[in-house]
Design a protein around this ligand. Structure first.
Ligand code: FES
Ligand code: FES
Length: 155
C-alpha cells in the first residue's frame, strides 16, 4: 500500500507516495531524483547515504521514508550556496580529501552536522563524528584535516 508523504527537501516542500517499507535513501534517489546521497552497503555500515534530518546526521538507508513526514531533510545538494562552495567543500578540495568521491557526500553531511552543533571541534570530536563513514581511498587523514580547516575558516 502506498502512503502519502510530505517533507521539506533542501528547503523545498515535496509531496510523494511511498511504500510502507521504503527507505528514505530510495525515496530521495528514485522519486525525488536527488542522487547526492549514495547507496553504499544499504545496511547501515558505510555512511555513504548520510543526510541531515532536522539538522542531525542520519543514515538514509536505515530510515523509513515515512518517518520524515513533516520534517526537514538536507542532502549534499543543499550545501553550496549557488556557485559558492561551502567551507567544508572548499577544504576537502584544498586538502585532496576526496579521491573516488563515493564516500564524500556522506562525509560532508556528517561533518556539516558536527560543525552545526560544535563549531570548534577537537580532532577527537571530528574522528568521532565521521567514525560511521567508511572511506576506501584517502586513509582519513586528509578528511580530518579538511574538517578542522573548515572549522577554523568559519571561526
Ligand atoms: S548505504 Fe547507508 S550506511 Fe551504507
Ligand atoms: S574518496 Fe573514495 S571512498 Fe572515500
Amino acid at each position: 500500500m502506498k502512503l502519502p508523504l510530505q517533507f521539506r527537501h533542501n528547503g523545498r516542500d515535496v509531496a510523494l507516495f511511498v511504500d510502507g517499507g521504503e527507505s528514505l535513501l530510495v525515496a530521495l534517489r528514485e522519486q525525488i531524483g536527488d542522487l547526492t546521497p549514495k547507496f553504499g552497503c544499504g545496511q547501515g555500515g558505510c555512511g555513504a547515504c548520510t543526510v541531515l534530518i532536522d539538522g542531525a546526521a542520519h543514515l538514509s538507508c536505515l530510515t523509513l521514508a515515512a518517518a520524515v513526514e513533516g520534517r526537514s531533510v538536507e542532502t549534499l545538494e543543499s550545501l553550496k550556496d549557488g556557485p559558492r562552495l561551502h567551507p567544508l567543500q572548499k577544504a576537502f578540495m584544498e586538502r585532496f580529501a576526496a579521491q573516488c568521491g563515493y564516500c564524500t557526500p556522506g562525509m560532508l553531511m556528517a561533518a556539516s552536522a558536527l560543525l552545526r552543533r560544535n563549531p570548534k571541534p577537537s580532532r577527537a570530536e571530528v574522528v568521532e563524528a565521521i567514525s560511521g563513514n567508511i572511506c576506501r581511498c584517502t586513509g582519513y587523514e586528509a578528511i580530518i584535516e579538511a574538517v578542522l580547516d573548515a572549522a577554523r575558516a568559519a571561526a
